[in-house]
Design a protein. Structure first.
Length: 247
């Protein structure tokens, strides 16, 4: 699936946009990412033209994502939907048991000491083990995080992405975040669009597919998305085309 060029974008739709790998290129480390002015202007114009029906749905924590957006304020879902700011500015949070998180961090400490190429990112509600700088440890990192999730016995699951394995509360994902937004104004009643590039975006694709929406995979790889765009630049152009003729 996902080989077709998406239909022309329309400002009457509801837009749910992943960030890293979709709107900006992935960097060597999460902190190395920079959000450029052109992207901020694009998102701001789309948000205005669509009557506010634009939300960023990211794996990043909101405390990480919002400062990168500067003065731009719009609905944001962070940590794969575990925290969500709605159009009215209200914050909704699905938290993991803190004791389980602390135990997992303690278990990972000696692993990180042995393998300096691994990077543990504490996002607040999730723990992400990155192996971008040690891709040879992919199988080891994935197996390790699966084992820690099972041992925690606290309703945790592992979410895999591009060279990352992330422990998070089960049952909450980008698809549930999209569903929550679509029950609220200004998203309610609009045709949903989800654009993403990674395994953790498949939940968002599946949700909008159920609703006759537009699911778009950016880049290569198998996906349940119905449409495909080649890269970040193509995704930005497609979004920009929605506002052709708009002030």
């Amino acid at each position: 699936m996902g080989r077709n060029v998406p239909p022309a974008a329309c400002v009457d739709w509801a837009y749910f946009l992943d960030v890293d790998g979709t709107l900006i290129d992935i960097a060597d480390t999460p902190d190395a990412v920079r959000v450029d002015t052109a992207l901020l202007e694009l998102i701001g114009r789309l948000h205005s033209a669509s009557g506010g029906a634009v939300a960023l749905v990211s794996g990043r924590a909101l405390s990480d994502l919002q400062p990168r957006l500067g003065a731009l304020r719009l609905p944001l879902a962070g940590q794969h939907g575990l925290e969500r700011r709605d159009a009215a500015g209200r914050l909704w949070i699905h938290a993991a048991p803190p004791a389980a998180k602390c135990a997992i961090m303690e278990a990972l400490a000696p692993v990180l000491a042995r393998h300096p190429g691994l990077l543990l990112e504490d996002k607040g509600l999730t723990l992400a083990l990155h192996y971008r700088q040690a891709p040879q440890l992919a199988a080891y990192a994935q197996h390790l995080m699966r084992g820690l999730a099972a041992a925690a016995g606290a309703g945790l699951e592992v979410q895999f992405g591009k060279r990352v394995a992330e422990l998070k509360p089960a049952g909450i994902d980008k698809g549930t975040a999209v569903a929550e937004y679509l029950a609220e104004s200004p998203f309610r009643g609009r045709r949903p669009v989800f654009i993403g590039d990674d395994l953790n975006d498949e939940h968002g694709f599946a949700e909008v597919n159920k609703l006759d929406g537009v699911s778009i995979k950016v880049g290569k790889g198998r996906s349940c998305a119905l449409f495909r765009l080649r890269d970040v630049a193509a995704a930005r152009r497609w979004l920009g085309d929605a506002m052709k003729g708009k002030p």
